[in-house]
Write a protein that binds this ligand. Sequence first.
Ligand SMILES: NC(=O)c1ccc[n+]([C@@H]2O[C@H](COP(=O)([O-])OP(=O)(O)OC[C@H]3O[C@@H](n4cnc5c(N)ncnc54)[C@H](O)[C@@H]3O)[C@@H](O)[C@H]2O)c1
Length: 213
Amino acid sequence: MTIIVTGGAGFIGGNYIHYHIKEHPEDRVVCIDKLTYAGNLCTLAPVMDNPNFRFVKLDICDREGVRSLFGEEKPDVVINFAAESHVDRSIEDPGIFLQTNIIGTASMMDACRAFGNVRYHQVSTDEVYGDLPLDRPDLFFTEETPIHTSSPYSSSKAGADLLVMAYYRTYGLPVTISRCSNNYGPYQFPEKLIPLMIANCLNDRPLPVYGEG
Ligand SMILES: NC(=O)c1ccc[n+]([C@@H]2O[C@H](COP(=O)([O-])OP(=O)(O)OC[C@H]3O[C@@H](n4cnc5c(N)ncnc54)[C@H](O)[C@@H]3O)[C@@H](O)[C@H]2O)c1
């Protein structure tokens, strides 16, 4: 099968591509990435020469480019990891979050529709549920938990999720959504909590905590 993975030069998408190619070497994996500040092609260096892998520098909002790639590759599955993903940046400048996270999601799903209802997976976040009180460890999120976003980032991801569900309901597009909690590991951009804390500790710098002065 042929799978299009967006945002594969980023942290989770890159790890996913390595996993997929290792576990399913017979599949063709095509990565679309705009290579924003968060994308790093070095992440994909180990697979660049693999004949079953192709990298395309492309913005998921570029409808013409996306459709042309769908025409060439005829994907069976699309996994959309591409996003603006940093909460602090979304507070500084929400516009690009709405553009990539919502309009980009629509662009990818419209291409899926145009090419025979290609199976679509949306990578979302548990941040769409807001947060739980620190003194109630008995509480947890479920699929029935109401959406309660706290930042332009989480609102843009929730908006995209609603659009994904609407494409299922309206057009019958075969979709799934996953809402994972925070990840950490290799290839993570050092603006995120764990690499940031480690880097600041190593450099004897203050450790930023939300809600503190
Ligand atoms: N990191 C986490 O802990 C976490 C937790 C929950 C959900 N998520 C979700 O997982 C996904 C991946 O997160 P990540 O931490 O790997 O993000 P990341 O910021 O490390 O990577 C995002 C990638 O998307 C690319 N990209 C951005 N805008 C694009 C566009 N318009 N077109 C094409 N490519 C574009 C970037 O160049 C980058 O390579 C995101 O959808 C995010 O919301 C992440």
